[in-house]
Design a protein around this ligand. Structure first.
Ligand SMILES: Nc1nc2c(c(=O)[nH]1)N[C@H]1C(S)=C(S)[C@@H](COP(=O)(O)OP(=O)(O)OC[C@H]3O[C@@H](n4cnc5c(N)ncnc54)[C@H](O)[C@@H]3O)O[C@H]1N2
Ligand code: MOO
Length: 403
């Protein structure tokens, strides 16, 4: 494994689901079930009709038979009156099967009046009956811990009137940008100042994971400011910092984190962009120190922080889908680091084809706007011919959707 692969694996191995909370059903979509769910009852709860038609005794039912209609059972009503020989009950879809009946004849397979029904076709025992418990048995584990909650899961829970769902709790992710050159959005930057866009980009990425961003503002390039805000950030479930992690004399993040008891697990995991990325732990709190270049910040969030946040919220699948694809244009790189190439992937003739999304310099944000995947160029290789096969991390879930 390369440094990069080991680093990615290490992050995932260090974190665990943060805890459990019970939420209302409509808060549950996209969350992960934290306990096995045992069906409290059978579903369906009683034998019922699958069709609008007539509940009959199948033994009476040779084609051409005329039966007397003695009952009417709409949905929402149950009848204790047994269907007796030579008789039928008019019944609607979902209504309980009355005693005595053992089949339902759909209305379109009959000729009927208010008082009689003539059967036109063969009827078999159990035709068009949905039996108690045939879908779900009471006591059965019907959803296991780790299930991602979507509409079918909510439908099941609602059917059993389960109002509150145990899910892994949403994690709080503290975000701290560092640097004297930064001003907050809404403030006109003077020359040499820049707007703190990384906090907002990170908060967006955190929200898209389903987690809760906690914005700490800007730490200035002095120890007191770093100390105060980093220790505040360590009260959250996850801490992410932007900038101040490379070789500059004002790059204080790693030093102050160490003073605050954060044990660094790696620095410089052999990647580009994102060279100076650092990762540490304080107790159960993972700390991601991401480089300040906006492109590097977003890519390192994707590769390291996002999987960890998802794991802490109970997700079992935490990495973006990786596929093999071919490069449309050739590429070159220096030996020694895994390079992430920002690419635009399309599916051509059933293959994933990756075309560069522009200038790969880390200062170029536009290339990030146009990319929907990262091509992973291995550390040792230097030359990639057009048509070379590489791994692609698909960033855009709509990539495989149709217009
Ligand atoms: N001598 C060396 N210099 C640098 C190295 C190195 O290894 N040796 N690494 C370079 C690489 S690679 C990167 S990436 C950057 C990362 O440095 P930092 O993470 O310490 O970040 P800064 O230098 O403070 O800022 C980099 C860049 O990003 C802009 N920035 C910073 N914060 C924000 C923000 N919140 N919102 C928007 N933009 C932000 C900042 O203005 C700079 O342009 O270091 C290289 N140097
Ligand atoms: O790692 Mo820096 O992120 O290469 O620009």
């Amino acid at each position: 494994m390369t440094n990069y692969e080991q680093a990615r694996r290490m992050v995932i191995d260090k974190v665990a689901p943060a805890g459990v909370e019970r939420v209302l059903l409509l808060e549950a979509p996209g969350r992960v079930l934290a306990e096995d769910y045992v069906a409290p009852k059978d579903m369906p709860r009683w034998n019922n009709s699958a069709m609008d038609g007539f509940a009959v005794r199948s033994a009476d039912c040779a084609p051409g038979t005329v039966l007397k209609v003695t009952d009417y059972i709409p949905a929402g009503v149950s009848s204790d009156d047994a269907v007796t020989p030579g008789c039928a009950a008019r019944i609607m879809t979902g209504a309980p099967i009355p005693p005595g009946a053992d089949a339902v004849v759909p209305i379109e397979e009959t000729e009927n009046t208010a008082e009689t029904v003539k059967l036109l076709q063969q009827v078999k025992k159990h035709d068009h009956i949905r039996f108690q418990g045939e879908d779900v048995r009471g006591g059965e584990v019907i959803m296991t811990r780790g299930t991602l909650i979507g509409a079918p899961q909510v439908s099941l829970l609602a059917s059993f009137s389960s109002v509150l769902v145990p899910v892994y709790r949403r994690v709080r992710v503290a975000i701290l940008s560092t640097g004297d050159e930064l001003v907050e959005i809404g403030t006109e930057p003077k020359e040499s100042q820049i707007v703190n866009s990384n906090t907002l980009a990170l908060a967006t990425a955190v929200k898209l994971c389903g987690a809760e961003p906690v914005i700490l503002g800007i730490a200035r390039d002095d120890r007191d400011s770093h100390r105060a805000l980093l220790s505040e950030g360590l009260k959250a479930d996850v801490l992410i910092t932007s900038a101040g992690v490379s070789a500059g004399d004002r790059d204080l993040v790693r030093e102050i984190l160490a003073e605050l008891g954060v044990v660094e697990q790696f620095w410089k995991p052999g990647i580009k962009p994102g060279g100076p990325t650092a990762f540490g732990m304080k107790g159960n709190v993972p700390v991601f120190s991401l480089p300040g270049n906006p492109v590097s910040t977003m890519i390192t969030f994707e590769e390291f922080a996002r999987p960890a946040i998802l794991r802490m919220m109970g997700h079992e699948k935490v990495f973006r889908r990786t596929v093999r694809g071919v490069l449309k244009e050739g590429a070159r790189k220096k030996v020694g680091k895994v390079n992430f190439l920002r690419v635009h992937v399309s599916i051509e003739g059933g293959r994933f084809v990756a075309s560069t999304s522009g200038d790969q310099n880390t200062g170029i944000l536009k290339t990030m706007l146009r990319c929907n995947a990262l091509a992973i160029l291995p550390a040792e290789a230097t030359e990639f011919a057009a048509g070379a096969e590489v791994d692609l991390h698909l960033l855009d879930p709509t990539l495989e959707m149709e217009v």
